[in-house]
Ligand binder design. Structure first.
Ligand code: ADP
Ligand code: MG
Length: 392
């Protein structure tokens, strides 16, 4: 990347990716469909992205030699998760195009900087306090209880979070979480949760997909539904807020912002992901341009694609638990009967991430139920849940 390449990048150019999970795999597949080659930097030998990439550099995300090699090979580099060292992105940025940039990733990888940033833009978050010690728990504002103590960094899928009803419980939870920096967030009264997915190009042009409504189970995303079927004022509000945040960060790339919609109809930001997001997987099958194709377009300097939804859809996450629903023992996993689901539901689109080992809670794949109307998509999702023997 020593010379700034012509943009848009010519087909067969190399795009670099930090991270090797399913988001990286779907990015690589979309980039390859546009004619690019993908080099993945991931320490894991058997990651889902490395399995489809044109090249795999097996090294740590902070490995200087590997980063230099990635920079030498690739015309532009992106990331599939926010926990890469921001310093690695900063280094790569001295050699070529990097999106998102280290500064945006640094904001999103720490709940404290993230919430402060959102508030500095004049946008609401749930009430919270920064927690750095047991004393902070002891003296926390009583109005924050019942609340959730969340580790500031490295949390995902509900991990690194503990629900706490009192300051004594918060002190214990703080110790359980290892005494790391946390936020204590008030438990807000949710009407629902929605995601705004957007992409912003180097020229500042921003495109937004239709808003999705999310349902979680045990802290993990279960379904995302489009259209979200929330009032139009809510849709306008969250899209405006999301675009304002992206602009304030001078963000370049795909960005997802999760919002809480409260019982009184007001909204607040929950968290953001500086990358494609699980709640945007529906775009693979039901939008003209998927979030992964858009990520490749931004990186390559191609014009952004049309984000309209082609049909109502429900995305259903397929967690490793499904491999154990038919068996009594935790060590005898059995592949779910995909043919049965696809046989009965021809409009269901199956995506599996190629992970060899199923574990409860592990994201193994997803299913998108596409239909002529929202009700039919929901009904099809209910049927898929039944056929797979999932808890309804
Ligand atoms: N302050 C809150 N009030 C009510 N529910 C919450 C709150 N914070 C988190 N949750 C619930 O827990 C889920 C996971 O929390 P989140 O902060 O998004 O963590 P993760 O990084 O694991 O996605 C949310 O999607 C929401 O359903
Ligand atoms: Mg979340």
């Amino acid at each position: 990347m020593s010379e700034r390449p012509q943009r848009p990048l010519a087909p067969r150019s190399w795009l670099g990716l930090l991270g090797g999970g399913q988001l990286g795999r779907m990015f690589a597949q979309a980039a390859q469909a546009l004619g690019y080659r993908v080099c993945v930097l991931d320490p894991d030998a058997l990651g889902p992205a490395a399995a489809v990439a044109d090249r795999h550099l097996r090294a740590d995300y902070a490995d200087a030699a590997a980063l230099a090699e990635l920079a030498a090979q690739c015309s532009a580099v992106t990331t599939e998760f926010e926990n890469v060292p921001a310093g690695s992105l900063d280094f790569l940025a001295t050699r070529g195009v990097v999106s998102p940039d280290g500064a945006s990733v640094a904001i999103a990888q720490d709940r404290i900087t993230e919430k402060a940033f959102v508030r500095s833009a004049g946008i609401a978050t749930a009430p919270y306090a920064e927690i750095g010690s047991s004393d902070d728990c002891r003296h926390a504002d009583a109005r924050l209880f019942p609340g959730i103590l969340k580790a500031a960094r490295l949390g995902y899928d509900g991990k690194g979070q503990v629900r706490v009803a009192t300051s004594e419980e918060a002190i214990r939870a703080f110790e359980t979480l290892g005494g790391v920096a946390c936020v204590l967030e008030k438990c807000v009264d949710l009407q629902c949760e929605v995601s705004v997915l957007l992409a912003r190009g180097l020229d500042g042009r921003c495109v937004v997909w239709p808003v999705a409504r999310n349902a979680h189970r045990d802290g993990i995303l279960l379904t995302s539904t489009v259209p979200a079927e929330v009032p139009s004022e809510v849709v306008t509000r969250v899209i405006d807020d999301a675009q304002a945040i992206a602009k304030r960060m001078s963000y370049v790339g795909v960005l997802c912002i999760e919002f809480f919609v409260l019982q009184d109809g007001s909204v607040c930001v929950n968290e953001m992901a500086p990358r494609p997001h699980n709640s945007g997987h529906w775009t693979l099958d039901a939008s003209l341009t998927s979030q992964f194709e858009q990520q490749a377009r931004v990186l390559a300097g191609l014009p952004l694609g049309d984000t309209r939804a082609l049909a109502p859809a429900v995305m259903l996450n397929l967690l490793g638990d499904l491999w154990f629903t038919q068996t009594n023992s935790a060590d005898s996993a059995r592949e779910p009967d995909w043919a049965r689901v696809l046989g009965e539901l021809p409009a269901a689109k199956l995506h599996l991430y190629g992970k060899a080992l199923a574990r409860p809670g592990r994201k193994m794949g997803h299913l998108t139920l596409v239909a002529d109307d929202a009700m039919s998509a929901r009904t099809a999702c209910g049927r898929a849940i039944e056929l797979l023997g999932m808890r309804a």
